[in-house]
Write a protein that binds this ligand. Structure first.
Ligand SMILES: NC(=O)c1ccc[n+]([C@@H]2O[C@H](COP(=O)([O-])OP(=O)(O)OC[C@H]3O[C@@H](n4cnc5c(N)ncnc54)[C@H](O)[C@@H]3O)[C@@H](O)[C@H]2O)c1
Ligand SMILES: [Zn+2]
Length: 359
């Protein structure tokens, strides 16, 4: 069991990582609110697994749950889904004190979070992430939003949660490849901030894959702490928070060129290979470090090659990325394992080489 404080000025909150926490979620939500009702947003895959235990726990704590179940999947991270949530919650006459509890992966967290940021000009949000990716990444930091036909996550708001409740036990039902997607973000966190953490993950990766819950609890708390420290330093992404985009300029290009028919974590794994290679070619990562990174990704059962989109297509997609400023391609790179740097002076031919590396 571990607690991580996220010290955002004006909106601090706690992330609780605790096996079996789902059954005790009611008391934690009760402690945060004087409301008598709670809205629970989840998706059709998660609902049959975990909605009942959550409802039971909320009721036992004297909170009446109103639930909304959305269709699962990235394709439903849309304004239409948010409107459906508005309709249901306004019909149920929620008020500004009614918290929204997001029970699910990053899609539910982002959609329910955006609904919480906007309905009645904002209601409290509690994240109960159920994928490893949502636990270590999406549920912490306050980014919420939906996709638009023009691109991913183009509509959104910053809305910090009042609390994040993580029960590692729910990972037992997660398909193995989804666990690997979350591990891609864990590897990213260690690479940008913690060389010792990277070495510990090299030791422990098999324990994570075999769902050793003691190990996962520790890994999740450690990764939440890394994400929290970056977000605390730069809550609105004006500077150093960009480090969390390590591997993501490439990943976003891969995702968009494949019409999002690839899991985010999988694309991030490939992006990490390309960005680490680029760092090596620019002299800030040694070949032995590059090999360690690639090998850890492979052991996490992520892909390290096989991208089929032509290089030009990927370069064009990178140019369209919303995070690119003033036309110059900007990359988060490594200065050795454990340290990130931002560079916007990377020669084009090296970018092409890095893309060739993940074919
Ligand atoms: N807000 C942020 O800061 C942030 C950060 C990273 C990613 N994201 C977003 O997160 C999304 C990806 O999140 P994701 O990978 O969790 O995807 P997801 O929410 O689509 O979940 C993956 C699948 O697993 C199912 N599922 C969830 N928990 C389960 C469990 N315990 N057992 C069995 N099945 C379960 C879901 O129903 C879904 O089908 C993307 O939309 C991405 O943009 C947001
Ligand atoms: Zn990511």
């Amino acid at each position: 069991m571990a607690n991580v404080s996220v010290n955002i000025s004006g909106a601090p909150y706690e992330v609780h990582v605790e096996r079996g926490l789902l059954d005790r979620a009611g008391e934690r939500v009760r402690a945060l609110t004087a409301a008598s009702r709670v809205a629970v947003v989840t998706d059709i895959r998660v609902a049959p697994l975990y909605l009942e235990p959550l409802r039971r726990s909320l009721s036992a704590a004297g909170l009446e749950p109103v639930d909304v179940t959305i269709t699962a999947g990235e394709a439903h991270k849309t304004l239409a889904t948010v409107e459906m949530i508005y309709d249901r919650l306004l019909d149920a006459r929620i008020d500004r004190a009614t918290p929204i509890v997001a029970l699910g992966g990053g899609v539910v967290g982002d959609v329910a979070g955006f609904a919480a940021a906007t309905i009645l000009r904002g209601v409290p949000l509690v994240q109960v992430p159920t994928t490893l990716l949502a636990m270590v990444d999406a549920s912490v930091g306050g980014k919420t939003g939906v996709n638009h036909l023009r691109g991913k996550n183009l509509i959104g708001a910053f809305h910090q949660p009042h609390a994040v409740l993580i029960d590692p036990n729910v990972l037992a039902s997660l398909p193995a490849w989804q666990l690997s997607n979350g591990l891609a973000e864990c590897i990213k966190h260690e690479l940008i901030r913690d060389a010792d953490g990277f070495a510990r993950l090299e030791q422990g990766i098999e324990r994570a894959l075999s769902l050793d819950m003691n190990y996962l609890e520790e890994l999740i708390a450690h990764n939440v702490a890394i994400k929290a420290s970056v977000v605390e330093a730069d809550p609105l992404e004006r500077g150093e928070r960009a480090h969390l985009n390590f591997g993501h300029t490439f990943a976003h290009a891969i995702e968009s060129s494949m019409n999002y028919d690839i899991a985010h974590g999988r694309a991030v794994g490939l992006g990490i290979v390309a960005a680490s290679y680029l760092s090596m070619r620019l002299g800030s990562v040694q070949q032995s470090e590059f090999e360690r990174i690639r090998s850890l990704l492979a052991r996490a059962r992520l892909h390290t090659g096989g991208v089929q989109t032509p290089t030009e297509g990927l370069i064009n997609a990178m140019r369209r990325d919303k995070k690119i400023q003033s036309g110059q391609l900007r990359f988060v790179l490594l200065d050795g394992i454990g340290r990130a740097v931002v560079r916007d002076d990377v020669p084009q031919d090296l970018v092409r080489e890095a893309l060739a590396m993940i074919r």
